[in-house]
Design a protein around this ligand. Structure first.
Ligand code: FES
Length: 195
């Protein structure tokens, strides 16, 4: 479910080149460095691809070895596509004592993923982090930039449902709007008939 095969690996052709060009332009204009440009790519696309790193190296003239060195040194950089929502579960001592394992178990049962895995619908990824520095509200989970503390599996279930719903509205809204339009046009016809 979660290890990517060769066909699934991101390629340069999958990447929006206009966005890459913008990142390179910003880098040039702001006198950036290898770390900041890699961060921009990851922020924009959610992950780095080997082809993109090679492309950046050629375009901005930073040696490929140096770019790879940085990209593989920092844990923040990922070379695989992650879900829309990144669930980071704290596994530091305080969170561990307060039941982070139960939360992890719950996520595995609920979403079918373990740490470093992504759901097949690419909605959620699960990652483990050592300590967020907010141990007072342990156990803690981050979902993208949102922080949730004093969690229990029941609370986490409600939170996950919230994110699931947030990813549905576009489709649902379109359906609702469509059905409203249909009703409206029926009404118009009815009025016309009465005339
Ligand atoms: S141990 Fe989890 S936030 Fe510090």
């Amino acid at each position: 479910m979660n290890e990517m095969n060769d066909q699934e690996k991101p390629h340069m052709s999958d990447i929006d080149k206009t966005k890459i060009e913008k990142i390179i332009r910003d880098y040039m204009e702001n006198d950036g460095n290898a770390l900041t440009i890699l961060q921009s790519v990851q922020e924009t696309f959610g992950y780095l691809s080997f082809e993109v790193v090679e492309h950046l190296s050629e375009e901005i003239g930073i040696p490929l070895g140096k770019m790879y060195g940085i990209a593989t040194f920092y844990a923040q950089f990922k070379f695989h596509q992650r879900g829309k929502y990144i669930i980071q579960i704290c596994d530091g001592t305080a969170c561990h004592v307060k039941g982070s394992m139960l939360l992890e178990e719950f996520i595995t049962n609920e979403l079918g993923i373990r740490p470093a895995e992504t759901t097949t619908d690419k909605l959620f990824s699960l990652e483990k982090v050592s300590c967020f520095g907010c141990c007072a509200i342990a156990p803690v989970v981050f979902i993208n930039k949102d922080v949730y503390g004093n969690l229990t599996p029941a609370k986490l279930r409600r939170i996950l449902n919230k994110y699931r719903k947030m990813s549905i509205p576009m489709k649902k809204n379109r359906k609702v709007k469509k059905s409203k339009k249909v009703k409206k046009s029926k009404k118009v016809k009815k009025v016309k008939k009465v005339k």
